[in-house]
Design a protein around this ligand. Structure first.
Ligand code: CA
Length: 597
């Protein structure tokens, strides 16, 4: 580690000389390699992946900022995304070669001088009328590879820009935005390929994972995650070659419903080189009304493991079979190791805090369920998870009713049920963190419920395809959010910090023994990772719904986070939205370091 850092300092100095020459002569800036991507979790002088490493642990080995020094953490600069486009800011910034790359609402990306915050360039994607993002005009970040910075847009395109000039190098259409597709997640680079899913699960789209040559944008393979659809590979001339059907047509879907089956993998993919698997979560089956689609409806609401070399599904684990509550299984599956208490052997595992309120631990080599326990206090739809069978034990009376057989049987509206968690989930898009120092997951949880009912619906291209109605409700008087430290082996909540508004921002943890996260009330906060004692906070001027990062520059540790309230809560939050409608919008990125007295 120390050796690596020394090596980096040295090459950094060489780089500085080259840069000075570049200023006069035009020598190329530093490119991002596969090694940079794979070393991102250890290399503290850069952040070149979504997740601070492709495993997505969001753990940094930096320790300069710690429980005793954090009181001196002060802002260095702040940059405004400007304009009238101040909506939800969910971007995780990247840092490389003296620049910060941060995306913003309405498909914008900025390159900033990481030392001063000075704007180097901006790219503002020209969006057509009629884009259909379900849950605000957000973007969650970019990927970086070679001399390119790559991000997705609300009209379902992938744009690669020269990271030094901001000029477009390639642009590829992922899907038809008029059918409800969009792209809001940060792409992930795996073996020189840019891996993306798609958004649009509320419009009856077909969830799909694509791998493209990161340097050219050309498809390498595409893998649908709705059972019954054909996957494809592309040869070097770009010719499409059949690559096998995902699963077996009609095994878990009746009739033609798989053709509009949803299961959008709308958050980032992660990658573990130890097992050579891409992990991505899939969204709700479409429509929401589960009575229309008897069966498990694979591969909706699942963790899916894909071999990057073949584009084939190696294993899947469905967290909510036959979902009837919009319990998307999209949340990040984070690779980690633990010692099995019985055998004493180290286990290659992955953890996921699911929308449905349960935390799942799977063997990441084969998907086998190892442990499952609640991470929120109220769960109505299931009594628990049968770990041996790997399936939930449903409370059947908590499935919203069939409009044609109950609720008066008039075919218009089925029986309304109250269920917790709400469809916005025990946890939503905001990524958790895992610390190999404390062996704990730090989960941004929310406690809430909903009234939900079913209605008839038929598929129409580009129209909402739900067949359900809902009102989100609070379940506790004093809080909705709860920042929780969770032991994945015992299933215990070790500590928690309650929050009035629903938490919607991601988490960072460090070797310095700290956990950082933001709140809709506008604070970036830090707590002691072991005890949960809050040790620092700073008001950023608008709600924080993005994950913080940390990095080192010239021997000093920095923390950065985007600020700007928005996302799904104010749009879909029912009674909860009314509770938070005093929060102000914004759009900026903040950078902090320790003040030297
Ligand atoms: Ca959904």
């Amino acid at each position: 580690m120390e050796q690596l850092r020394k090596g980096w300092r040295l090459s950094g100095m060489v780089g500085a000389v080259a840069f000075a020459v570049a200023g006069m002569g035009g020598v190329q800036a530093k490119e991002v390699t596969d090694t940079d991507i794979l070393n991102d979790a250890e290399n503290t002088s850069q952040v070149v992946t979504h997740g601070l490493g492709t495993k997505g642990q969001r753990y940094s080995p930096l320790a300069q900022i710690n429980a005793s020094t954090v009181k001196d953490l002060v802002p260095v600069w702040s940059f405004s995304f400007g304009g009238e486009k101040q909506r939800g800011q969910q971007s995780q910034p990247l840092v490389h070669d003296g620049k910060m790359f941060v995306t913003a609402s309405y498909s914008r990306i900025f390159a900033l001088d990481v030392k001063t915050g000075e704007k180097l360039w901006k790219y503002e994607h020209r969006l057509p009328d009629g884009i259909m993002p379900c849950c605000d005009v957000v973007n969650r970040g970019a990927a970086i590879y070679g001399n390119l910075v790559i991000f997705g847009t609300l009209d379902a395109q992938l744009v690669a820009l020269d990271k030094d000039s901001g000029k477009v190098v390639w642009k590829e259409k992922i899907a038809d935005y008029k059918a409800g597709y969009s792209l809001t997640a940060a792409p992930q680079i795996v073996k020189g390929m840019v891996i993306t899913g798609n958004s649009g699960g509320e419009f009856g789209i077909v969830g799909r994972v694509d791998a493209r040559d990161a340097k050219t944008g050309k498809l390498v393979w595409t893998r649908p995650v709705v059972e019954g659809h054909m996957g494809y590979k592309y040869d070097k001339d770009g010719k499409q070659v059949d690559n096998g059907i995902s699963g077996t047509t009609n095994a878990t879907w009746p009739g033609d419903l798989w053709k509009t089956g949803g299961a959008a993998p709308w958050l980032s993919a992660y990658y573990d080189p130890d097992v050579n698997l891409i992990f991505i979560g899939t969204g709700n089956p479409a429509p929401w009304n589960s009575h229309l689609r008897p069966g498990d409806n694979l591969y909706s609401a699942s963790t899916v493991a894909i071999d990057p070399d073949t584009g084939k599904i190696v294993w899947h684990y469905q967290t909510t079979p036959h979902d009837g509550w919009d319990f998307d299984g999209v949340n990040e599956f984070v690779s980690f190791e633990y010692k099995d208490p019985k055998s004493g052997k180290m286990v290659k595992a992955g953890g996921k805090a699911d929308r449905n309120g349960f935390f799942f631990v799977n063997d990441r080599t084969n998907g086998k369920l190892l442990n499952a326990f609640p991470f929120v206090k109220q769960i109505d739809w299931a009594k628990g998870i049968d770990v041996a069978k790997g399936r939930p034990i449903y409370n059947d009376d908590k499935r919203p009713g069939n409009p044609f057989t109950d609720g008066g049987g008039d075919g218009k509206k089925g029986k309304t049920v109250f269920n917790a968690p709400s469809f916005l989930g025990g946890k939503n898009q905001m990524p958790m963190a895992y610390s190999p120092a404390t062996n704990l997951f730090y989960v941004p949880a929310n406690e809430w419920g909903m009234d939900i009912w079913n209605e008839p619906v038929t598929y129409k291209k580009g129209a909402a395809y739900l067949g359900a109605g809902f009102t989100i409700k609070t379940v506790a008087d004093d809080h909705i959010g709860a920042r929780r430290a969770i032991d994945p082996v015992t299933g215990k909540i070790v500590w928690e910090i309650k929050n009035n508004a629903p938490l919607w921002g991601g988490v960072l943890t460090t070797k310095g023994g700290l956990v950082f996260w933001g709140t809709p009330e506008g604070f970036l906060k830090a707590a002691d990772a072991k005890t949960g004692k809050e040790v620092w906070s700073f008001q950023t001027g608008s709600g924080v719904v993005a994950p913080p990062i940390t990095y080192e520059l010239d021997g000093e540790q920095y923390v950065a986070v985007a600020s700007g309230w928005g996302g799904a809560v104010p749009l879909w939050g029912g009674e909860v939205a009314k509770k938070v409608n005093f929060l102000e919008q914004g759009g900026s990125v903040w950078v902090f370091k320790l003040h030297k007295s």
